[in-house]
Write a protein that binds this ligand. Structure first.
Ligand code: MGD
Ligand code: MGD
Ligand code: MO
Length: 717
């Protein structure tokens, strides 16, 4: 390893341990932890200089990682709630007591209602194979518990891209530098994928033009050559409008379309209606700019379209992602180095599902039903019945602060007849509603294996330090619960490394790109690149698409089964439908569209309790355009009430041209209990599902904004 141990003034001997950042970010960095040999304390976390994407540097969020690991609020032993739910008062219990109590409660629930009454809820606290994927499945499959539809993040785009191309593959990020035109669409890599930024800068130095399409002037947009600002949720129309111009002006690649796609003529006919004039009206972007961008995209080679998940968190997100996914095909840029579509590399490795979850074991009953995680509040309130939900086991997630329509979730978690267990590192907003709160290890204290969604490396995380206090990893806790429930299958008893070995071996059997990966090599090198055949490292360069037709499906008939038009189409999300827009109302009542994308210094709500990072983000804020602020009598720095049909929260107004008129921005990630009024932006967001794959619709959020003082005055009238 090339990372040198720091010379210590006290001459203390240290050792270096390679690990992997587990957080929800496309970059999945290699980390190196320096540990003092004498007492096993971690002294420093840095980026792995040998990791080809990390290149020795880690982001502002993870640089102070030891402040997280050794945070004074870390949970170090199990706790049982005393007093009312949400009160945050606890008594210490032993692990034995906690596990026995959980098993006893679950056995009683299963006897009375069946295991469907138990719901595991987890998402992205860590993205590891062991501590997430295996813990999401094995115990719950054996039990026959309710399944969770994990669609809070990118389900619509994942499905749309996979169905259009047959696989979620994307270029090596290093190939960005070969592009001549890069469209960054509804994606803010300067914040959400920082290691892509040096590649973008290098591409620009080599003459590429970078175009950012985002209503907000993001950090990424600031260094773009062109920034287009569509009205939120109109991107599908913009993409169809670009295709209109491409076909109308003969800039489409007809030979490529004929050879490699299904449905291009139908698409051409569909986009005929999306004239620049009409699209200008829908998106608010000047028709001349639409024509200009289409011409550049149709004539610049190679051209890359990079989008991420923000743009699809709308009621029409599935069709938006479909329209975006079709664009590179229209100009024949698929399979070209420096061109094509960059959405996610997540599809290169699909862990063998049976090795992960053992659902086919005869001991496992079928999963009785699946509950959409975006509907957690509604599910707890009775949308899910027969049997109703009687127990929730939350790990790797903080739904009270991160899931939509949080007020409803809190209402559900207050139910006296709901038995809630939370496994966490910290006393989060969700932890406050636990009956039993179990202490979790941090990534420095656990083993795991990580693929990435922004590059093509497979990386091991080796534990660097011993668990703090009595903290246990997710897998160690799941094993204890399985034993207490009397489940004695060997796959519920394996130690973590054996699980990784089993899943890796099973997956390698069907995944040629894992050819060079072994656990021994991962232990020695930390990270190993996926292998591609000569010339096969550019996705779809061979013109083969693993779809039902073997072609890129511009018309995707299988989408009909998902209730979607097989051709991309644009429709306004129901949240913004004309009938809901009051026509003659005061500016205070006129709605703004509230976007709540990633904050720069947190990963959703993870890190948001680190005082250093919290200080950098400042008071929870909402950005308003000067015109919208003036119309509402709001000055920069005022406290404002942000209200939707779901609920409200108080935020500090930041008046800025960074947001266009009609749009407000309040980043996700704040802990409700660390916010001025004990609520965050998710008290306003909608739990309506999008058009595809049960997608969350955080940004289809119509709100009113008014000064807090005025709200008080009105209430007093
Ligand atoms: N308003 C709004 N809200 C959003 C979004 C948005 O755009 N707008 N985006 C959504 C998106 S994209 C996502 S992915 C979700 C993410 O939502 P969540 O998956 O709930 O992610 P976090 O809020 O970061 O909470 C993860 C929790 O897991 C804990 N954790 C970390 N490691 C471990 C571990 O090893 N074991 C255990 N037991 N716990 C661990 C952390 O301490 C943290 O409290 O949020 C969504 N929320
Ligand atoms: N620092 C940091 N990094 C993160 C995260 C974080 O919380 N903080 N979260 C991680 C997670 S869970 C995820 S899923 C990824 C998300 O990664 P991204 O998708 O890059 O991040 P977001 O901020 O959710 O959304 C990107 C952009 O979409 C824009 N947007 C919203 N609605 C629309 C629209 O209708 N049209 C267009 N064109 N743009 C729109 C927003 O203004 C935002 O700038 O990032 C990951 N990385
Ligand atoms: Mo996400």
């Amino acid at each position: 390893m090339t990372a040198p141990a720091l010379p210590r003034p006290d001459g203390a001997a240290t050792r270096l341990v390679r690990g992997t950042c587990p957080h929800d970010c496309p970059d999945t960095c290699g980390m190196v932890t320096e540990v003092r040999v004498a007492d096993g304390r971690a002294l420093r976390v840095t980026g792995d200089p040998d990791h080809p994407v990390t290149k020795g540097w880690i982001c502002a969020k993870v640089r102070p990682y030891l402040d997280r690991v050794y945070h004074p609020d870390r949970l170090t032993h199990p706790l049982r709630r005393v007093g009312p739910k949400g009160g945050g008062r606890w008594e210490r219990v032993s692990w034995d007591e906690a596990i026995a109590e959980i098993a006893e409660r679950w056995r009683a629930i299963i006897a009375e209602h069946g295991a469907a009454a138990i719901l595991p809820y987890s998402y992205s606290g860590t993205l590891g194979l062991l501590q997430l994927a295996v813990c999401n499945t094995r115990l719950w499959n054996r039990m026959g518990a309710s399944g969770l539809e994990r669609s809070i993040c990118g389900a619509a785009a994942e499905t749309a891209v996979a169905m259009t191309y047959g696989a979620r593959w994307a270029p090596d990020p290093a190939d960005l530098v070969h592009s001549r035109l890069i469209l960054i669409w509804g994606h803010n890599p300067a914040t959400t994928s920082p290691h892509a930024v040096p590649m973008l800068r290098e591409a620009q130095r080599r003459g590429a033009e970078v175009v950012v399409i985002d209503p907000r002037r993001t950090l990424t947009a600031r260094s773009a050559d062109l920034h287009l600002r569509p009205r939120p949720s109109t991107d599908g129309a913009l993409a169809l409008g670009l295709m209109h111009v491409l076909f109308a002006e003969g800039l489409h690649d007809e030979p490529w379309l004929r050879a490699h796609t299904v449905g291009w003529e139908g698409l051409r006919d569909r986009v005929a209606a999306y004239t620049p004039a009409r699209v200008a009206e829908i998106t608010g972007i000047d028709a001349g700019q639409i024509v200009g961008l289409a011409r550049r995209y149709g004539t610049t080679r190679p051209a890359l379209l990079k989008f991420a998940d923000g743009v699809q968190r709308h009621g029409n997100g599935g069709q938006t992602a479909r329209a975006l996914a079709c664009l590179p095909a229209v100009v024949g840029q698929v399979g070209v180095r420096g061109g094509g579509l960059f959405y996610s590399t997540g599809g290169y490795v699909d862990w063998d599902a049976e090795a992960v979850g053992h659902a086919a074991d005869p001991a496992c009953p079928p999963t009785p039903r699946v509950v959409n995680m975006n509907r957690l509040g509604a599910a707890l309130a009775g949308e899910v019945s027969d049997p109703p939900l009687k127990s929730l086991y939350v790990f790797n997630a903080n739904p009270v602060a991160a899931a939509p329509n949080a007020g409803k979730i809190v209402e559900g978690l207050r139910r006296d007849d709901l038995f809630t267990v939370v496994h966490e590192l910290f006393p989060t907003d969700t932890a406050d509603y636990a009956d039993l709160l179990l202490p979790a290890t941090s990534q420095l204290e656990q083993v795991d294996l990580h693929k990435a969604y922004g590059h093509r490396q497979l990386s091991l995380n080796q534990p660097a330090i011993a668990p703090l206090g009595e903290a246990k990893s997710n897998w160690d806790t799941i094993r204890l619960l399985a034993a207490a429930m009397g489940y004695d299958e060997p796959w519920l008893r394996q130690d973590g490394e054996d699980v990784l070995a089993e899943v890796l071996a099973a997956t390698k059997a069907t995944t040629p790109s894992l050819r060079d990966v072994t656990l021994d090599r991962l232990r020695a090198e930390g990270t190993v690149p996926l292998a591609f055949p000569p010339g096969g490292d550019v996705p779809f360069a061979d013109g083969v698409f693993p779809t039902p037709s073997g072609r890129l499906e511009l018309r995707c008939d299988a989408l009909a089964a998902h209730g979607l038009d097989p051709l991309p189409e644009w429709e306004q999300p129901a949240e913004f439908a004309a009938s809901r827009q009051p026509s003659a109302v005061s500016p205070q009542e006129a709605g703004l569209v509230l976007i709540s994308g990633a904050s720069h210094h947190f990963v959703t709500t993870s890190m948001a309790n680190l005082p250093g990072l919290e200080r950098k983000e400042g008071t929870p804020f909402v950005e308003l355009n000067p015109a919208d602020a003036a119309a509402r009598g709001i000055a920069h720095g005022d406290d404002v009430a942000v209200t939707s049909d779901r609920g409200n929260c108080t935020l500090r107004a930041v008046v800025t041209e960074d947001v266009p008129p009609g749009v407000a921005v309040a980043p996700k990630g704040r802990w409700a209990k660390r916010s001025p009024d004990g609520r965050n932006v998710n008290w306003t967001t909608s739990d309506a599902l999008g058009d595809l794959a049960g997608q969350s619709t955080f940004h289809s959020n119509r709100v009113t904004v008014r000064p807090v003082t005025q709200t008080v005055a009105l209430a007093a009238d």
